[in-house]
Design a protein around this ligand. Structure first.
Ligand SMILES: C[S@@+](CC[C@H](N)C(=O)[O-])C[C@H]1O[C@@H](n2cnc3c(N)ncnc32)[C@H](O)[C@@H]1O
Length: 472
């Protein structure tokens, strides 16, 4: 149906050309994925009621940076909520009925929120004029010249203007081109400035907490939502339903420059962070120091080394997990379940890999019988390989692909009922008295990236004895 529609549009676009159907489609298709393809928009025949006439950015539709500007913000949020459900549908379908999906957290700023831009330029052979400086054209490799980005903060756009002027004068010194960086930072007197050197130190405040990190290293780019994000993580840990006592210790796995470690430390006796980047670990230590914290320590290495020589007990400990797009290693998940923390908050920029990690995590809990139950269930081909997940996310969810709310409701009422009853059967009687599993308390999208299809997903899990029903 979609292909026929595209073909009709293509013919409308170039009526006099004589081309076969497959030629038409190949000319229009930008990317082929497993089970679907992406195409250029040729014409809007009937506009959706949520489609905006006036877009925030003059490059919308051509620039590859923002995909969802043509939707009003409410529609973007509802699509992101669907996106999250889809991710769990594909990545952990057997658990779908146990996941309470919460409404998306809005970004306080929906434009002018990016504290970092990384525009590029390319130098072609015999380049004799100022190259295009900006971002890739949607679906293509060429760079679109962008004078300013509506997602960037005013300071970052100002810094970008200066960088554009500098490149216009010096581009011949770059044999192939370069990726620029412009990052908002606080000067010593706390006035806002920008940094354009990848190695220079950025200073940023999240609420009253000060963070410093090298400009080229990872730090969340939407400063407007960060106080709410760290506050939410703290609240989830402290007030998770079913906790008999608040955890005394915190492990911050994939801690980066210590955003969660430092922001949450006041609620714990001791906090330990781990990250594979030595630069991040040294910043995390400094960030604890400049904020006067003495209960934080950091380990350099793969996530799983956090458990080496750890003298905390699982039942006294909360764990925050914030891995890169590919999710957690199997070894880490196995050791996490052996450790058995009382509460887990899993922060993810790729809900597809998060969903699959969740399935793995729960299948390792609950003693042999429950594991066998999950392992033996037919998954109807819905669980994908790690590579397939990386390939499909986040491109998989395009507005056209997203199921509407009504369809979702009817699906979630009927699907996987068989699984639920089978799973319950294995939970009673308990395989042994010490067996435990995790109740999925909440899955919540955080809109860290307004105007784009990207989404941050926060999952809260609380340890429960296996006797407690997992499904209300
Ligand atoms: C999404 S960032 C999160 C950083 C931090 N939580 C924050 O919000 O600023 C993921 C972090 O995981 C780290 N990382 C990647 N692979 C890792 C691994 N195998 N073990 C530990 N850390 C890893 C990266 O260096 C990066 O700092």
């Amino acid at each position: 149906m979609l292909l026929c529609h595209l073909l009709l549009l293509a013919i409308k676009f170039e009526p006099k050309s004589i081309l076969t159907a497959s030629n038409w489609l190949n000319r229009l298709m930008l990317k082929h994925h497993r089970g679907y393809s992406e195409a250029d928009l040729v014409e809007v025949i009937v506009a959706a009621k949520e489609r905006r006439d006036v877009l925030p950015c003059k490059y919308a539709g051509t620039c590859g940076g923002c995909q969802w500007q043509h939707f009003d913000y409410e529609k973007q949020l509802s699509l992101k909520a669907e996106h999250l459900k889809r991710a769990f549908l594909y990545g952990s379908r057997p658990l779908l009925h146990m996941i309470p999906f919460d409404s998306p957290e809005r970004s306080p700023l929906q434009t002018s929120y990016r504290t970092k831009l990384t525009p590029h330029f390319e130098i072609k052979k015999d380049q004799s004029s100022v190259p295009a400086i900006g971002f890739q054209i949607k679906g293509r490799r060429n760079i679109l010249d962008i004078e300013e980005c509506v997602l960037a903060t005013p300071a970052v756009n100002e810094g970008y203007q200066k960088e554009r002027e500098r490149v216009a004068e010096t581009y011949s010194r770059y044999p192939r081109g370069a990726t620029l960086i412009i990052r908002e930072s606080l000067a010593d007197d706390e006035s806002i400035t920008t940094i354009t050197n990848h190695k220079a130190q950025v200073t940023q405040k999240v609420g009253n907490i000060k963070f410093q990190y090298p400009s080229g290293s990872f730090f969340q780019i939407n400063g407007s939502i960060l106080p709410r994000l760290t506050e939410y993580v703290m609240d989830e840990i402290k007030s998770a339903p079913g906790l008999t006592q608040p955890p005394r210790f915190l492990l911050d796995v994939y801690c980066g420059s210590g955003l969660f470690t430092v922001a949450c430390s006041s609620a714990f006796e001791r906090v330990v962070g781990v990250d594979v980047s030595d630069q991040s670990i040294s910043c995390a230590g400094q960030n604890a120091t400049i904020n006067g914290l003495t209960n934080c320590s950091f380990k350099l290495g793969n996530a799983e080394i956090i458990f080496d020589g750890l003298d905390f007990k699982g039942e006294d400990t909360a764990v925050i997990i914030d891995p890169p797009r590919k999710g957690c290693s199997q070894d880490f998940i196995r050791q996490l379940i052996e450790f058995g923390p009382s509460v887990i908050v899993y922060v993810s920029c790729n809900p597809f890999s998060q969903a699959q990690d969740l399935l793995q995590l729960l299948s390792l809990c609950g003693g042999a019988a429950a594991q066998e139950a999950i392992g033996s269930l037919p998954l109807n081909g819905s669980v994908l390989s790690h590579q397939e997940i990386l390939d499909m996310a986040p491109d998989y969810v395009s507005p056209a692909e997203v199921v509407d709310e009504q369809k979702w409701e009817s699906f979630s009422k009927t699907a996987d009922k068989a699984f639920v009853s089978q799973y319950k059967k294995y939970l009673v009687p308990p395989p042994d008295s010490s067996a435990f599993t995790y109740r999925i308390v909440k899955a919540k999208p955080f809109d860290m990236f307004p105007q784009t299809k990207h989404i941050e997903s926060l999952l809260t899990l609380v340890k429960v004895p296996i006797q407690q029903p997992l499904i209300e």
